[in-house]
Design a protein around this ligand. Structure first.
Ligand code: GCB
Length: 607
């Protein structure tokens, strides 16, 4: 297996190499922050660079010797260097820049980050820099030399920096650029804040010269009596062979995987694990030992399948009592990233009566999905193929596929995740059908143990209501329906009479409905923005749900008010999308109680 540095600058070329067909993903160190590592979280120096002076010269050619990535310092009083990281303002990492400095609230462009770090470099180690996420483009330099670039604001990435770091003091520079462009995933037009910067944790992994890069420990398909463990090496000498020890002590599993010439191997062990459910989210301690490294994980085992209109969790039909969530902190302004954020958001979901969350509209941080594993919430995980991406463009497709691959590679061992979502509210036409069908096929080739879905707003009208009729459904296991009766069309009272038809024998999740309300604003139930209006929309949409025969779940929009530049209405929105059941401070609105009551009823009837 090749070292990351050979792949690092050609991210699109990497795509093809990212995962091989046999399920061994490559070039991503699995469970990165559970490895020996040096955290680079904390204060970094930052330079705001709206004209990209630090990258281009006055002829608009990329700098080769003088860019900000050199982190140059004046040596004599006559030197001319028009930037200085050492005396620049500081910024906290992880953290979006928008909520750290007022002048960056609406900023879209480049900010340079720099940090010094000390390293005791050991000859028999490999050093990999890991980023949880940088929105949207990142270029990474170690001691003035570029080690790689990454596109996509919500997935983790890594570069092998062994040959670039030295004993003692080192410097890392990151150029982060959150400019929106038509040919990106997502594209220019969304309904969430374009938080920029290094939004998730950064660390330098310190690994053995040859190390276990990837592993999958999962049930053997639908067989609940066998666990398959796969491992793949990377590093200096993957061909060395040898063996990897995999243990799950509580299941009496202690297996030795003999590696082939490619540094890969797998075993199947007989076992009878207690299956993971939201009610009893049993996780097993798993250890993987090789070359002096002991990797610890906590993994749950469960099956998920569809049968006609049913979703079967561990063979039993389940109703997904869900809520949609954006990755915004419940505890401070801006992006969520840490354990407290995750625990609070998921606790609120549990208090609402949920067994399921839709992590919209992009892959959330790894802490969030690990917390869902622990707390017992099933997860819908999504890539930001949102609204009007350039479906005709092959390069854009490659970007979407890369994000999909990165999402699945990082999270394939998480029991909580049952659904990979390919897209949200995309317009129905041929190029979109080809694009998303291909994505779904790719997802299945990477992971055939989970279900594929997409949220769709392409329903047609009938005399009595609505019909699900979209050729994209053919590529899906579960149909996601977004429908805003009582808000973007119709009166709240009209919603309860809507009858839904489906042309397909597949389960349906109403993946969005909702209405805006300013918490604390009261009035008549047909007065927009009041809690009463929102509650009325919920009351009548719930009545509608109760008549949907194929309905197997719902994730109303949304747990908490979230920031959106599309929402300027003074004194009501002020750049907040107000469709939360909770205010941005977590205060419950009336509609919360209606959904809570509906879910209590659903839970009782499922027992
Ligand atoms: C939608 C989108 C979601 C928006 C929401 C809204 O259909 O999927 O991203 O935020 O509607 O509030 O309009």
């Amino acid at each position: 297996m090749s070292f990351k540095r050979f792949l690092s600058t050609a991210s699109l070329v990497c795509t093809a190499l990212f995962a091989s067909a046999n399920g061994f993903a490559i070039d991503y160190v699995q469970n990165a922050l559970a490895r020996e590592n040096i955290s680079l979280n904390g204060q970094w120096n930052r330079i705001i660079d709206p004209y990209e002076n630090g990258y281009y010269n006055h002829r608009y050619q990329p700098h080769t010797t003088e860019g900000y990535f050199k982190n140059a310092q004046m040596k004599t009083p006559s030197d001319l260097i028009e930037y200085n990281f050492a005396t620049a303002d500081k910024i906290q990492v992880p953290g979006d820049w928008n909520t750290q400095e007022e002048q960056l609230f609406l900023y879209e462009g480049t900010v340079w980050y720099q940090k010094d770090f000390a390293l005791t470099k050991q000859a028999d180690k490999r050093y990999i820099v890991h980023f949880g996420a940088v929105n949207y483009q990142a270029m990474v330099y170690i001691n003035g030399v570029k080690v790689g670039s990454h596109e996509g604001g919500f997935t983790s990435f890594q570069f092998d920096i062994t040959d670039y770091v030295k004993q003692g003091e080192n410097s890392i520079v990151v150029k982060a650029d959150n400019r929106r462009e038509r040919n990106q995933i997502p594209t220019v037009n969304t309904d969430w804040w374009n938080y920029g910067g290094i939004t998730r944790s950064v660390a330098i992994l310190e690994l053995p010269a040859t190390y276990v890069e990837d592993y999958t420990v999962q049930l053997s398909g639908s067989d609940t009596t066998a666990i398959v463990a796969k491992v793949a090496l990377a590093g200096s000498n993957v061909k060395q062979g040898g063996s990897v020890k995999v243990s799950i002590p509580e299941l009496n599993i202690q297996e030795v995987i003999t590696l082939n010439k490619k540094g890969e191997g797998q075993i199947t062990a007989k076992a009878n694990p207690q299956l993971w459910t939201p009610e009893a989210p049993k996780l097993y301690d798993v250890t993987i030992a090789f070359n002096g490294e002991l990797i610890r994980d906590r993994i749950g085992f469960r099956t998920i399948a569809v049968d006609g209109e049913d979703i079967l969790l561990n063979g039993k039909s389940v109703f997904l009592r869900g809520i949609s969530i954006h990755e915004e902190s419940p505890l401070h302004d801006g992006r969520a990233w840490n354990e407290d954020d995750a625990r609070t958001l998921l606790r609120w979901a549990k208090e609402l009566g949920c067994n399921f969350v839709r992590l919209a509209h992009y892959p959330h941080n790894e802490t969030m999905v690990k917390m869902a594993d622990e707390m017992g919430l099933l997860v819908w995980s999504e890539i930001p193929v949102y609204w009007t991406v350039m479906f005709e463009d092959k390069a854009v497709y490659a970007k979407a596929e890369k994000q999909l691959t990165e999402m699945i590679t990082r999270d394939k061992n998480r029991a909580s995740i049952i659904l990979w979502s390919m897209a949200n509210e995309t317009p129905s036409h041929k190029a979109r059908l080809t694009f998303i069908t291909k994505l779904a096929k790719k997802a299945r080739s990477l992971d055939d143990t989970r279900l594929i879905t997409a949220a769709m707003d392409t329903q047609g009208n009938t005399a009595n209501g609505k019909i699900i009729d979209d050729p994209l459904v053919a590529a899906m296991d579960v149909i996601g329906v977004n429908s805003y009766c009582g808000w973007y069309g119709g009166t709240p009272e009209s919603c309860g009479n809507i009858l839904w038809e489906s042309k397909y024998n597949k389960p349906v999740i109403v993946s969005e409905f909702g209405a805006g309300a300013l918490q604390g604003l009261h009035g008549d139930k047909d007065e927009r923005w009041t809690e009463e209006y929102q509650a009325s929309v919920y009351e009548h949409n719930i009545a509608m749900l109760e008549k949907m025969t194929a309905l197997r779940g719902a994730t109303p929009w949304i747990l908490k008010d979230f920031r959106s530049p599309r929402r300027p209405l003074p004194d009501i929105q002020d750049f907040w999308n107000r469709k939360g059941l909770l205010s941005e401070q977590g205060i419950r609105k009336k509609a919360w109680y209606l959904l809570n009551a509906y879910y209590s009823k659903k839970e009782e009837s499922s027992n």
